[in-house]
Every structure is written in structure tokens, then in C-alpha cells.
Design a protein around this ligand. Structure first.
Ligand code: FMN
Length: 410
């Protein structure tokens, strides 16, 4: 998620630094935009250090004062890039300009140029806040769909008491998360996710593997973590960075994944097996590199441990979700797997479909549950598909599945 944080010129501008940190904790990428007046209260350097990004302070020109193509279109580029614009603190002046469509600096131009959600957190002297002009402007913004986080009552920097103090960082962060659809509805769950392919050694330089990239499993881990769950991500070799805040366990073979899953199972309240685990492995991997010779070579394979079936046996109230990557008869195979593995849900996808399956950033999933329900979704980014799967996990929990007892502290 990308958010532009507009900081305007009020005493509460320093609180925007804390808001940056709070939004970053939600995994949000924050681009700070400051008005000229805001820079009288706090320096851009503070925000640049917190975000690791250049702070936008000017409409025209770049740091050297020379205009270039990049700076000329920056307001449009930022407008298109962001999922949300939050203005905190919002001065009476900036609120008035937004209400009237005045675009005489970067922040107010950005407001007009973006179609993203907008959140405004006003902060000002009580008389300025209660002034008819300000109240009319606030109403105009609300009527346009802008989410206003009202100021709190209390002692104000100007020495007066009343409404006008910037809402708490927590209240503003909550409004931003609400607009972005970030929920914390999984905070009672510990979700164990498996991801990626496994590698089964043939000899020291060769192995059997599959085309799984790990993207679906990593998206599930990220989505569950964002929604407040404790997450253990057990991954085969994947070229991806583990999402922030998840406990990461790296494995290579199906055997290692089996061991790791059983080791962490007791803590899990839900298990989502998105890894493409090898079904077969070489019976006798060679210790030395096999030399090339003439004629055929036969590789003898044996079954790997069936992780899903093993955990389903003593699962208790754990919710178990399996994946079925199929190339034909998707529904038939998914339903059969649901039964044979005693899983609560199977996420099926036809890996031959356009924009679905291995290494794509999108997926087309159908969720089959033990209650007989079947829910098909159109092609969507894997992170969105992950949220749909987690929504269903939560529905199963709410449909009467107790949370397994012993939950160690996070
Ligand atoms: C010390 C001081 C504190 C101020 N605090 C606020 C404030 O909290 N809220 C507000 O709306 N304006 C406040 N102002 C007035 C704004 O800075 C002024 O209206 C300015 O034009 C706002 O510019 P901007 O909206 O582009 O940031 C303050 C001014 C000063 C000198």
C-alpha cells in the first residue's frame, strides 16, 4: 500500500512524524509532501530520515533548482501511484483550498489530481475550527467522500481550551487502515503458511523441482500478518523476501518441510499449505556428481511424506487449508482432495489458465469447503486472492470452530 502524507503548517506538524512510523508498522509505504508553512514547524530532513525517501516540498524545479521532465510530472505520477492521501495535520487554509479546488502548491494539486481515498485530520485553534467558513469547507469535503478524522477537545497550543487538537495518531492510523481495507480481524490466530517449491537432490549438482515461485504463499503470509495474525512462513527455495513481521523458516526438501511443519504445528490455529511440495524424490541421491555416459539412465523415485494428510489426522480445531494446482478436471480433483486429506478447504486453481498459477502475480481461485460450498473468484492479484482465502478461514472460525487452546505470547 502506498500513502502520501500531506503535512501542512500547524503546531501539530511534529506529530506527523509519529504517524509516519505508525503507518509503516502496517507495512504502508509513506511519501511525505509538505507545504511551505509546514517547513516552519518541522524540517523535511526528519521525514526523509524516517521514510528513506525524498520529501516533496515544491511544485516546480528539483533540488538543484532546474526543472526537468521528472519534476514536471511528479504531481501526476504521485497521484497515480498512491492508494490514499492523508493530510495530517490539515490547517484551516489547506482545508479551504481543498474545498474550493485551489491548486497553488504540490499538496493541493495532488489532492485534485488523485482519485485515491482521501483522509483529512484537521488541527487548529478552537475559533478557527468552529468558524462557519471552516465548518462549511469540512462539510463540502465530507459530501465529496473525504474521510474527516475530527479534532479532539482539550488544551490547545494557543492556550485556549476546546475542539481543535489533532486527533490521536492511533485514530488517524485507524481511519487510514479502514479506508485501505486493512483489518485486524485475525489477531487471535497463529497462521502457519507453507510456500514455494521443494528441491529433491539427484546428486550434489542436480535436483528435481517445480515451477512454483512462492508468490501465493508469501502473499498469504503478508496478508495474514497485516490482519494481525502471528505468522510462521515455512518456505522452500524462493526468490522472494519474507514479509516483515513473519517468523521465517527456510527449508529445501519435502522431508525438511514435513519436519518443520510438524515442529511448528502445535502453535498454529490455522494451517495453509500453499507450497508445491514434491510428490516424489530420488530413492538414492548420489553422493558424487553423476558422470555423463552413453545410453539411458533410470532414476528411481519414491513418495515423499504426505504433509497435508499427516497434519489433518490430529488437527483438533485447527483450520486446515490445502491447495490443488491442477491442469484438468479442477473441481473433481479439488473435491477428492478435500475428502482424502480431511482438509477444511481446498483452494483450487487451473495452472494452465491465463494469468493463474505458477510465477504469475495474479491468480484465479475457487474455494471448496467441507460444508459443500464452492466459491469461484475472477482473476485478481495474488495479495487479493490471499485476502479472499483468509476471509473464508475467518468464516469457518465464526461458523463454530473454537480456537485451539494453548497460545504462547507473541
Ligand atoms: C505559530 C503558528 C501556529 C499555527 N498553527 C496553526 C494550526 O494549528 N492550524 C492552522 O490551521 N493554522 C495554523 N497556523 C496558521 C497557518 O500556518 C497559516 O494559515 C498558513 O498559511 C498555513 O499554510 P498551509 O496551509 O499551506 O500549510 C499557525 C501559524 C503560526 C505562526
Amino acid at each position: 500500500m502506498r500513502v502520501a502524507l500531506g503535512v501542512s503548517g500547524g503546531v501539530a506538524a511534529y506529530k506527523a512524524a509519529e504517524l509516519v512510523r505508525r503507518l509503516q508498522q502496517e507495512g504502508i509505504d509513506v511519501q511525505v509532501v509538505m507545504t511551505r508553512s509546514a517547513q516552519e514547524f518541522i524540517t523535511p530532513l526528519t521525514f526523509a530520515a524516517l521514510t528513506g525517501q525524498k520529501v516533496i516540498t515544491e511544485m516546480f524545479g528539483n533540488e538543484s533548482g532546474a526543472a526537468n521532465v521528472q519534476s514536471a510530472i511528479e504531481h501526476i505520477a504521485v497521484a497515480q501511484r498512491i492508494d490514499l492521501l492523508v493530510v495530517a495535520p490539515a490547517t484551516a487554509n489547506v482545508i479551504a483550498k481543498m474545498a474550493r479546488g485551489i491548486a497553488d502548491d504540490f499538496l493541493t494539486t495532488l489532492y485534485l489530481a488523485t482519485t485515491a481515498h482521501v483522509v483529512v485530520a484537521p488541527a487548529m485553534n478552537v475559533n478557527m475550527w468552529e468558524h462557519t467558513a471552516t465548518q462549511e469547507n469540512i462539510e463540502a469535503l465530507r459530501a465529496r467522500g473525504v474521510h474527516v478524522v475530527p479534532p479532539e477537545e482539550g488544551y490547545l497550543a494557543c492556550g485556549m481550551t476546546g475542539a481543535g487538537r489533532l486527533a490521536s495518531v492511533e485514530a488517524i492510523a485507524k481511519a487510514v487502515c479502514g479506508q485501505l481495507g486493512i483489518r485486524h480481524d485475525l489477531e487471535n490466530e497463529t497462521v502457519l503458511v507453507t510456500a514455494g517449491p521443494t528441491c529433491e537432490d539427484v546428486d550434489p549438482v542436480r535436483y528435481l523441482t517445480n515451477r512454483s515461485s512462492g508468490k501465493m504463499g508469501y502473499a498469504l503470509a503478508e496478508a495474514a500478518s497485516r490482519r494481525g495474525a502471528r505468522v510462521v512462513l515455512i518456505s522452500g527455495p524462493a526468490r522472494l523476501d519474507p514479509p516483515q513481521g513473519v517468523e521465517f523458516v527456510s527449508v529445501r526438501s519435502a522431508q525438511q518441510m514435513h519436519r518443520a511443519v510438524l515442529e511448528h504445528l502445535s502453535r498454529a490455529t490455522a494451517v495453509i499449505m500453499a507450497a508445491a511440495v514434491a510428490d516424489y524424490r530420488p530413492v538414492a541421491p548420489q553422493v558424487k556428481k553423476m558422470k555423463r555416459g552413453n545410453g539411458r539412465v533410470t532414476l528411481e523415485l519414491e513418495s515423499t511424506p504426505d504433509i497435508l494428510a499427516d497434519i489433518a489426522r490430529g488437527k483438533g480445531d485447527r483450520i486446515i487449508v490445502g491447495f490443488a494446482a491442477e491442469t484438468d478436471h479442477v473441481a473433481e480433483h479439488a473435491r477428492a482432495k478435500l475428502e482424502s486429506k480431511q482438509a477444511d478447504m481446498i483452494v483450487a486453481n487451473d495452472v494452465t489458465a491465463e494469468g493463474a498459477g505458477f510465477d504469475h502475480d495474479t491468480n484465479i481461485i475457487t474455494l471448496y469447503s467441507r460444508d459443500g460450498s464452492e466459491k469461484a473468484f475472477p482473476r485478481m492479484p495474488k495479495i487479493d486472492a490471499a485476502h479472499r482465502i483468509l476471509d473464508r478461514v475467518l468464516e469457518l472460525r465464526r461458523a463454530g470452530r473454537q480456537l485451539p487452546a494453548a497460545q504462547p505470547a507473541r
